[in-house]
Design a protein around this ligand. Structure first.
Ligand code: BGC
Length: 702
């Protein structure tokens, strides 16, 4: 057992020792704290990067190396070594996975945990011990510039995917979930005040953070924006009352970078533990405040204990032997990046062609002997934003490269910048693929210095892309469109004119290969939309990228559209395959009534009705027909992805704890499960016409 005597704390011995219990970690952290001077304690609470030289380095190559916080040589305390994400490790030359929104479209938490494992290994192999790529802010509106960094619009789905990432990452390093909370506007992110009721906060904007806390996440990053008047890093209600109080979060809270803290004292009092990446408020200024007696040292001790606890906890974690330079962007992780990109692609449309009688996809080499690839994004690397989430992979396979590598036909290419030349090419081909959509020029993290990124200014494609699609589809009816981007794109002006449409998101360094896997049919599409694709901007909640003040309500996304009776272009959870699936024989147990602490067991038979192997996502929604308060028509409460061989059928079982049907009662300041009738819907997406329905009765609590 490691002993703390006069000698420096032996971190190496910690690794070799049997895992310490939380009580033992606590004891050790306290022992260490008792040996620290005030200055040393405060040294734990801020980034180690020098302001001037650090800024220059970050401007030149952001987070190319780990960003350290709290190294203490006298006591041998290692720094927290930060790397950003979420589409991989931002440092050095790491694997670039598809963005989180794409991974959200896989609806596959086991796969996401494998991504987390790979990211954890790459982070640690390159000297980091904290990965801040668990971004769970809800996609409230598709214009949000950082849509790509989160998993979607639904708290249950986002929480499930994020918890899986945390699980994978924390086999190796600490994970940090961000940005706490209600951060979903870029342009005014440093100042906007998001007003929301306690109910909207609890029901809509916090559950996915809670899910990560329950998963044991080591760190939480506060957001830039204000919530109900207070900046998030200084928001006592969010940090002390809810996160650390009610949820019992034992980890550390770090600020968002550069502009994250405005008032050091308020932040400390509110529950911020670590200021990143420089010591602007928590350095000398805080030390002086404590010395002058303006701030109790007990608050400093509490923050330092939280940091030491996680450093000790993670000194024991890991799988020795896996942290090697060649693990980074090695064959295994590249194969995983390709698998994820493939499973993220959503087939939105694939109608039978008039002349073939069959759908256009997958391309049949007997019919497609010459394929035309057209479009601005067909032959450029397009992996997403270039802000703090930018990963620098060793290479990127573009759609054109991927198609050429896999094609058993001739592939011709035209960038689509001149319609006449694109049409000439389209006419010579048996089928055409148009690749268009968004890049980091259209959406991304807002950076004031130098100015770049920000929220989207339009939800549709550029006019020239729309014109290109319409013109090409007219001259060659065998035209498929592939969209790239971080979130929903309005397609109303051309959707009816093409027989096939796919959403590929920002598919990462292996994206071109993944696209070819799907288009040529070596794999069937299995991605499902993690956010509704609306028909019109008017169907969405109010959004103002320059707002100083904005109100977030209970409804956005599919919940809002369904409540208002707006049909979407493509529903939440929707995605086709090359085969079809049917759900039948729904079973619910208990059949009639149960108490608010009960668990409903839903089972259903899923059958692959076609001749192609494929994967389907069984989705369970719950409705509240008898509720006394305003609630969504229905909302996602469970899902499961199943792989089925042709004609195979399998029974799937899902568990629904009734307490997750509660609403937040502001008067009682408590979660409340109303007694009464609840609807349970099982289907393949939120508006599945073949949805199966059952009812259960929840009894009054005894
Ligand atoms: C972003 C965070 C990021 C941090 C450190 C900030 O600008 O908002 O998401 O983790 O920089 O890179």
């Amino acid at each position: 057992m490691p002993r703390i005597g006069r000698a420096p704390f032996d971190w190496g011995a910690l690794r070799a020792a049997r895992p310490l219990s939380p009580e033992e970690i606590e004891e050790r952290a306290k022992e260490l704290l008792s040996r620290m001077t005030l200055r040393e304690k405060i040294g734990q609470m801020c980034g180690d990067t020098p302001l001037l030289t650090g800024t220059v380095e970050m401007l030149l190559a952001y987070n190319y190396r780990p960003i350290p916080a709290g190294r203490n040589r006298r006591l041998g305390i290692p720094p927290l070594s930060f790397t950003d994400g979420p589409r991989g490790v931002v440092m050095y030359r790491s694997t670039c996975f598809p963005v989180s929104m794409a991974r959200g479209a896989t609806w596959d938490p086991e796969l996401e945990a494998r991504v987390g494992d790979a990211i954890g290994v790459e982070a640690r192999s390159q000297g980091a011990n904290c990965y801040a790529g668990v971004c769970v802010n809800l996609l409230r509106h598709p214009a949000w510039g950082r849509a790509q960094e989160t998993y979607g619009e639904d708290p249950y789905h986002v929480g499930t995917m994020a918890a899986a990432l945390v699980r994978g990452v924390q086999r190796h390093v600490m994970a940090c979930v961000k940005h706490f909370a209600a951060n979903s506007i870029e342009n005014s992110r440093f100042r906007v005040n998001v007003r929301l009721t306690e109910r909207a906060l609890r029901e809509v904007y916090l559950p996915h953070f809670r899910r990560c806390v329950d998963e044991g996440v080591a760190a939480v990053m506060s957001a830039y924006n204000r919530v109900n008047g207070a900046y998030c890093a200084e928001n006592r209600h969010l940090l002390r009352d809810v996160l650390k109080g009610e949820w019992g979060f034992a980890g550390l809270v770090m600020s968002d970078f550069f502009y994250g803290v405005h008032d050091g004292r308020a932040a400390l009092e509110a529950g911020l533990d670590l200021e990143m990446p420089f010591a602007m408020h928590f350095g000398r200024r805080l030390e002086e405040m404590v010395r002058r007696g303006e701030v109790p040292e007990a608050l400093v001790d509490e923050a330092v204990l939280r940091i030491l606890r996680q450093k000790i906890r993670f000194a024991q974690v890991g799988e020795p032997g896996r942290y090697r330079p060649d693990a980074v962007a090695g064959p295994e992780h590249r194969a995983l990046a390709r698998e994820v990109a493939r499973k993220a692609i959503v087939l939105l449309k694939n109608e039978p062609l008039a002349d073939w009688g069959d759908p256009l996809l997958p391309f049949d080499p007997r019919r497609v002997r010459r394929l035309g690839v057209i479009g601005r994004l067909a032959a450029i690397p397009n992996t997403g934003d270039t802000g703090s989430s930018k990963v620098r992979p060793p290479y990127v396979v573009t759609p054109l490269e991927g198609l050429r590598a896999a094609a058993r036909c001739e592939v011709l290419y035209d960038p689509g910048s001149r319609i006449r030349s694109a049409l000439a090419l389209a006419r010579r081909c048996d089928a055409v693929l148009i690749v268009v959509g968004l890049t980091h020029h259209d959406e991304g993290e807002y950076m004031p210095f130098p100015r770049k990124g920000g929220d989207r200014t339009r939800l549709a494609l550029r006019d020239e892309d729309e014109e290109l699609i319409r013109a090409v589809a007219q001259s060659n009816p065998h035209t498929a469109v592939v969209l790239m981007g971080g979130g929903p794109i309005l397609c109303e002006r051309w959707r009816e004119e093409v027989p096939a449409l796919l959403m590929a998101w920002y598919p990462g360094m292996e994206g071109g290969h993944a696209l070819a896997d799907i288009l040529f049919g070596s794999s069937a599409p299995s991605g499902k939309l993690p956010c509704v694709f609306p028909r019109a901007e008017e169907h969405l909640p109010f959004f103002d990228p320059y707002a100083d003040e904005i109100e977030y309500g209970l409804f956005h996304g599919y919940r809002l559209l369904e409540k208002e009776g707006h049909r979407p272009a493509f529903p939440f959870g929707f995605g086709l395959s090359y085969t079809t699936f049917a759900c039948s024989q729904m079973g619910v147990e208990p059949e009639r009534a149960l108490g608010p602490e009960g668990v409903v067991r839903v089972s259903v038979q899923v059958r692959n009705e076609g001749l192609h192997p494929g994967e389907e996502v069984v989705q369970v929604y719950v409705g509240y027909p008898e509720s006394r308060v305003e609630r969504p028509v229905k909302e996602l409460k469970a899902f499961r992805k199943v792989a089925l061989a042709p004609k195979e059928a399998r029974r799937v079982e899902l568990l629904l704890p009734v307490r997750e049907w509660a609403y937040y009662d502001e008067a009682r300041r408590a979660w409340t499960v109303e007694p009464g009738r609840y609807e349970i819907w099982v289907g393949r997406h939120a508006l599945d016409e073949a949805m199966l329905r059952a009812e259960v009765q929840v009894l009054q609590a005894r």
